[in-house]
Design a protein around this ligand. Structure first.
Ligand SMILES: Nc1ncnc2c1ncn2[C@@H]1O[C@H](COP(=O)(O)OP(=O)(O)O)[C@@H](O)[C@H]1O
Ligand SMILES: [Mg+2]
Length: 323
């Protein structure tokens, strides 16, 4: 874990230029382009002392978060783990499914909640056929308990998003709040509830993340993913300055590359948000992930020995040891 020490804070707090220089120093031939872009992102301009240059990237990407929930006393489910990313396509759904399966295989009662209401696709990724989904819950046609689909092949339950078309992305704040409250009440039936959030930091993501006792953010070594993860962390911290956010680096070509990516996000968070995220784990890139998704079979069923599967089992067991 030698490279993780690059951005450890010191009493003289490193300057943005020092962080940028450190990011450059970690460049190796495999990740040189990406690391150079990252270095540019974290290098402050002379006139901007407190705001990270990532903030302007966040604005340029239209990723400024929605207004915070007006109801500040959102009920929180301690056993709810929100999985966010900012950017789509980083592997959030794959990670959420596999984490559920890993927790269930330890004997936990687990619910996978498809909080990506604009692009609900958990059921598609694992080939589960669901009878009811959240759109029916929101419309008051079924209760959450009735909408749950057991998924015996992997030992956990699914609350599918809007599977039959009709996006739920534009629910009113009142409806989102009702859904969140319902979920917190319903979560007591489980040991863990994993919430696969939508991409971005819109109102839905912000409200749903507010109900979770734990938050994880997933990113890859791509600079855009770093910007988006930073936007997510910033949103969480602004709603709850005491929040813990754990970081998962996904699709790492090597563990070393994953450590460098973590060091970069850790450094930016320490400098600009005064917050040091924890590393939940590094998940290696693995072609069998794609094969399993194409076959619509969870990876732990299809390729239990795959690197990515083993890495997520490790994350699940660390999560359990933190309870
Ligand atoms: N560890 C990994 N190794 C290889 N490919 C991955 C890995 N994680 C995710 N992917 C690929 O990334 C794509 C997007 O994954 P998905 O879970 O749908 O992302 P998201 O939910 O963040 O949009 C999938 O097609 C999958 O094959
Ligand atoms: Mg997804």
């Amino acid at each position: 874990m030698k490279s993780l020490s690059v951005f450890r804070p010191n009493l003289n707090r490193p300057s943005g230029r020092a962080i940028a220089a450190a990011v450059r120093a970690t460049v190796n031939s495999q990740v040189s382009d990406q690391a150079t872009e990252l270095a540019q992102l974290v290098e402050p301009k002379a006139s901007v002392a407190k705001e990270s240059p990532l903030d302007s990237q966040v604005k340029a990407a239209g990723l400024e978060s929605a207004a915070p929930p007006t109801d500040l006393a959102l009920p929180v489910g301690k056993n709810i783990i929100a999985i966010g990313s900012g950017k789509g396509g980083v592997g959030k759904t794959f990670f959420s499914i596999t984490l559920c399966q890993a927790l269930a295989s330890c004997g936990e009662r687990v619910l996978l909640f498809d909080g990506d209401l604009g692009l609900a696709n958990i059921d598609v990724q694992i080939g589960a056929s669901v009878k009811h989904d959240l759109s029916q819950v929101v419309r008051g046609r079924v209760t959450m308990a009735q909408a749950v689909t057991p998924y015996p092949a992997s030992g956990f339950d699914i609350l599918a998003g809007s599977s039959g078309g009709g996006s739920l992305a534009s629910l009113s704040p009142t409806r989102i709040a009702m859904l969140g409250r319902d979920l917190v009440e319903f979560a007591v039936n489980y040991d863990s509830v994993v919430m696969d959030l939508g991409a971005g930091v819109d109102r839905m993501v912000r409200y749903l993340a507010g109900h979770a006792g734990r938050r994880m953010v997933i990113l890859t070594s791509e600079p855009t993913s770093m910007t988006d993860a930073y936007a997510f962390i910033k949103m969480v911290m602004s709603d709850d300055p005491k929040a813990e956010v754990q970081v998962v680096i996904n699709q790492a070509r090597t563990l070393q590359e994953g450590e460098k990516t973590f060091a970069a996000i850790e450094g930016v968070c320490e400098r600009f948000l005064n917050f040091r995220p924890q590393l939940a784990g590094i998940v290696r890139r693995d072609r069998r992930v794609n094969e399993a998704i194409r076959a619509q079979v969870p990876i732990l069923n299809k390729f239990p020995g795959a690197d990515a599967a083993i890495d997520i089992i490790g994350i699940a067991s660390r999560l359990r040891s933190q309870k």
